[in-house]
Structure formats: C-alpha cells, structure tokens
Write a protein that binds this ligand. Structure first.
Ligand code: SAH
Length: 345
C-alpha cells in the first residue's frame, strides 16, 4: 500500500503548524496552506502567497494533496444527480454522489473501500471490505466533487460505501477537519452520519458529536426480520439498539432518523408497520421510508407503491413522522445501496 499518511489533506491545522515549523518556516504559513487546501487547491503551484521554497519542500518530502482521480462521472438526465467513481493513489476505488435538493446541495461520501457489514440487500458489501478510508481521503471526496461540479456543497451525508462507525477514528478526524473554521468550515449540523447499528459506536458518537445528525438503518420491526437481512443484528439485538437510540435522543435532544428500506414480502406489510410503530411511539424520531433499490445479483424486490403508501399511513396514524425518500439518480445506479466500486461497471 502506498504511503497514505503523507496525504496533507489529513493534517489538522495544529499538525500542519508543527510540520511547517519543523521545516523552519513561520507558523502562519500553515493557515495559508490549510485555507488553500480547503478551497480545493490540487497542487502546491496554486498557492501563490506561499513561498516557493516551502512549496517545494513539502512536495519533495512526499506531502501530496490526496484528492482522488475521477475515473468516471455520470450525470442523471432527470435530476442533475452526479456520481463519481474515484480512485485513490493505491488504486482503491469508491463512489460519491452529488445531489440537488430544494434546501441545498448535498454530497454522499464513502467512508470505507467496500464494507464488512454484509447487509444482504446492499451492493457495497458484496466484495467485503478492502480498507478504511483516511480522514484526508474523505475530505478529498468532498473537495474533488466541488471542483468537478463547480457547485457549492451545503450538506454531507456519510451514507456511501462503508460503515462509518466501523472506522471511528478517521471519521471523527474528518468531521473535525471539515468543521474547522480556518478550513471548509461546514457546520456539524449540516452533516448526517448513517450507521447499521453498532451500539458502542452510537454511545461514543453521542458523546463526541452531539451536533451531527444520526440516522440508523433499521429496516425491520423486530429481531427476527432484521437478522434475515442484516448480520450486524446478530451481534447487537433489537431491544438494545432501541435503548441506545432512545438514550441518544435523551442525551443530545436531537431527533433520530430511522431508515427503513421497504422490501417486498420481507418487511413491508401493515402488520410490520404496526410493530414498528409500537417501538417508536412517544419519542423523538423520524422514519425515512426508502423503496428498496434493486441491486443486480440480489434477489430482493422493491415494495409495491401501494404497500409503501399503506406503510406510511399506518405510521402516520400512530403519530410517527414518516417520509418516503425521493429516489434521486436511479437512472445512473446512484441510489442508496447501489454504490459499488468493482470493475464490472
Ligand atoms: N453503513 C451505513 C451507511 C451506508 S448505507 C448504514 O448501514 O447505515 C446507506 C443506507 O442505504 C443505509 O440505510 C442502507 O441500509 C441503505 N441501503 C443499502 N442498500 C440499499 C438498497 N438496495 N436499497 C435501499 N437502501 C439501501
């Protein structure tokens, strides 16, 4: 594997300051470089107010600006969604999706190359996990997308390939980097992290990042159904997960979002909706219903439109906020769960 530790995008401002000082330069140069990186500079040559000697020194000592290469970029004809297949310097490939909403532009980034979690309806996990992404690589996904689209990015969702709470240290470093006032300065409230339900990670996350939005991929009204599609449910049971989520809302006073992919004949009946409502009534939640995106090589079918509506109606009748997620980018396989960095696409 190539030396990913020298990706300068992984450096926090204090780390960059130490580096610059160690090269015999003034500390304030670090702030200049940090600002250039956050504005998307892809080479030291662009950093016109940084002395040429320092720029050369950084480059010659192997500190590279680790924005990924764009292997392919597809644009949806219907809604302007763009999907990038990126490649990092060791050849690892991940996907990232840019979406336009009425409330602003959003990017969905990957946190790992592949995924270990093994959800049976998801494409990202088919080849297992190759490796974690570093904080600088996640930042690189965002900066590169800004550069190739020429658009601002107002929201970030950690819902691409990978399980963010299975890469806690780097994800946490990424959140601090992107929120840094001298850098991209994106509010933590404009970021959402989605997890398949790693309970210790949820407690840690509530402690460390109470301002970041949390989404939990539930996809079932009970343990038995959840275990059929999500291996993680065998490790972390339904009741414990519900308790962790309730503790999260009590600690942070933030509403939690439950993602629920509706799979025909698996979890989409009105009885399933009733059982889900039993768990969620009376606390600060929101259910995001996602008609399953069918994935090649997986047998599951998406729920019928009438079942989706009926499911939502039951939840609403029981006083539980529920929306049906607008499917963006389905003509370019950019929809949830369809990201897959393998070569066959
Ligand atoms: N590992 C994290 C984040 C990545 S997946 C998690 O599990 O939450 C982002 C969301 O897409 C999750 O809710 C995931 O369950 C969902 N998803 C995966 N495959 C899907 C599919 N084929 N159709 C709809 N949603 C899917």
């Amino acid at each position: 594997m190539s030396d990913i530790t020298a990706n300068i995008l992984s450096y926090s401002l204090p780390e960059l300051e130490s580096l610059v000082l160690s090269m015999g330069e003034k500390k304030f140069r670090a702030k200049q470089i940090f600002g250039w990186l956050a504005r998307g500079a892809a080479s030291y040559d662009e950093m016109s107010n940084v002395p040429a000697g320092l720029r050369r020194n950084l480059a010659e000592n192997g500190y590279y600006i680790g924005q990924p290469e764009v292997v392919t970029m597809q644009e949806s004809k219907s809604d302007g969604t763009r999907k990038c297949l990126y490649e990092f310097c060791d050849g690892a490939r991940v996907e990232s999706v840019f979406m336009k909403y009425s409330y602003g532009n959003s990017i969905c980034i990957s946190t790992q190359v592949g995924c270990l979690m093994g959800c049976t309806f998801c494409a990202s996990t088919m080849d297992g996990k190759q490796r974690d992404l570093t904080a600088g690589e996640m930042l690189g996904e965002v900066l590169k997308m800004k550069r190739v689209t020429g658009e601002e990015i107002n929201h970030i969702v950690l819902m691409g390939m990978g399980e963010p709470l299975d890469n806690y240290e780097e994800v946490s470093k990424f959140l601090k980097l992107i929120n840094s006032p001298e850098g991209v300065n994106l509010s933590l409230r404009n970021i959402t992290l989605s997890t398949c339900g790693i309970i210790p990670g949820i407690y840690r996350f509530a402690e460390d990042f109470p301002q970041v939005n949390l989404a939990v991929s539930l996809h079932a009204p009970n343990d038995e159904i959840r275990r059929r599609t999500m291996p993680v449910a065998r490790k972390y049971g339904y009741d414990d997960l519900m308790k962790a989520c309730r503790d999260y809302t009590e600690k942070t006073h933030r509403r939690i979002t439950f993602e629920y992919a509706l799979i025909r004949g698996v979890n989409d009946s009105p009885e399933n909706a009733e059982e889900l409502a039993d768990h969620l009534k009376g606390w600060l939640t929101h259910v995001n219903l996602i008609p399953l995106n069918e994935v090649k090589g997986r047998d599951y079918r998406t729920a019928e439109g009438s079942s989706v509506l009926a499911f939502r109606k039951v939840l609403e009748k029981r006083g539980i906020a529920a929306t049906v997620r607008r499917t963006l980018g389905s003509d370019i396989d950019a929809a949830c769960g369809q990201l897959r960095a393998s070569a066959e696409r």
